[in-house]
Design a protein around this ligand. Sequence first.
Ligand code: AMP
Length: 395
Amino acid sequence: MSSILVINAGSSSVKYQLIEPQTEERLASGLVERIGEPEGRLVHRSDDGREEERRVHVADHTAAFAEMVAAFERAGTPVAALGIAAVGHRVVQGGSVFSAPTRIDDLVAAQILELGSLAPLHNPGQHQAIVAARERFPGVPHVAVFDTAFHQTMPQEAYAYAIDSGVAERHGIRRYGFHGTSHQVVSRRAAEFLGRPIESLRQIVLHLGNGASACAVAAGRSIDTSMGFTPLEGLVMGTRGGDLDPGALLHLLREGYAVDELDRLLNHGSGLLGFTGTGDFRDVRAAADAGDDEAALAIAVYAHRVRRYLGAYLVELGGADAIVFTAGVGENNAALRAEICAGLEWFGIRIDGSRNESPDRGARRISADDSRVEVLVVPTDEEAEIARQTRALVG
Ligand code: AMP
C-alpha cells in the first residue's frame, strides 16, 4: 500500500496526516506542538481510533519529526512499513513564483525560505519543516502545495493594488490570495455534486472558518478572492478583522502604536474576538442568542461583509450558478447561512429552510427547488487535496 504523508507546519508546530490518496482514508494523524518551548506536546492518532498524548521537550523541527516517527513505532506501525510514497507540504506563500504544486529540491526550498519576507508568520516554519522532513525521509519525493497557487489565475485588475507601481514592484505588493487549496477542492467537489462540468460553472465559494475568504471561480479558475497581500484582507474572521482603511493604521502609528502591537491587534486581537473577547463562532452565536449586543453586532458585521463580497462577485462573474459554503462556520452554522442569503430572491438565490437546517454533514443542496442559483454546503478537506495533488505530480 502506498500512502502520502501530509505536513502542515507552523513556526512552533507540525501537524501531520497519513493519507491513502485514492480512498482519502486517514491511516494516522497527529500533531507536535510547542516546539522550542521547555515542554512540548505530541498527540498521535491511529486509524483504529487509539490516541497517544505525550509531554516531551521538542528542540526544533528535526526533533519534531523524530518524535512523530517514534509515535508511529509505539503505535505498532513503524514508518518503514507504511509504504510512504511521497510527502506533501502545505506552504502558505508561493508568491508570483509558484502557480502549481512543485517538487521540492534545494532551489525550491531556498525560494520558499526567501518568500518568508512576504509571509513571516508562515513560510520560515514551513521551510524548517521541509528541511527536517527531507532529512528524515530522504528516499521519497517531497512536494510543496501552495495556498496562493490557485489564485495565480486572477487577472491583473483583480490582483493589482492601485499604489505607486514602482513601490509595488520593488516590494512584491499585490494581492496573492490564500485558502487556495480549499477553494480548489470545494469548487471541484461542488461541480461533482451537481454532476456538471466545472468548465460550465460560475461559483462563489465562501470559506468561513477560523480564517475566512471568498473566491469567485469561473470555469474552475480563481478570478478574484477576498484575501490579498496577506491573509488579513477581506472578510471578518475569528481574530482578524478583514478590510480596514489603511489610514486607520497610519493614525495608530502616529498615536504611538509600535509595529508589533499593530501586528498583534490585526492578527490576534480583531474580528469576532475584537468585538466579543472570543474568536470562536459558536461562543459568539451563543452569546448573541442570550441577548449580548456586542455579539449580535459581531455577527451582523460578519454577515454584512460576506454579503458585500457576494454582491461584488455576482457582478464579476456576470451571475452565478452556485454559491458554496464551506469550513467550520460555513458548514455548521445554518443561521448564518440564512442571514447571508436573506433577501436575495431578486438575484435568483433562495434557501430552503429545512434543507438548510438538515443535520447531514456531507455535500448537500440547501437552496429551494425554484432557486435559480444552487446554494450548497460542501465540506472542505485541504489535507486530502494536498495528498491528491502530491500524488498527481509524482505519479
Ligand atoms: P475551521 O477553521 O474551518 O476549523 O473553523 C473553525 C470555526 O468553525 C470556529 O469559529 C468554530 O466556532 C466554528 N464552528 C465549528 N463547529 C461549529 C458549529 N457546529 N456551529 C458553528 N460554528 C462552528
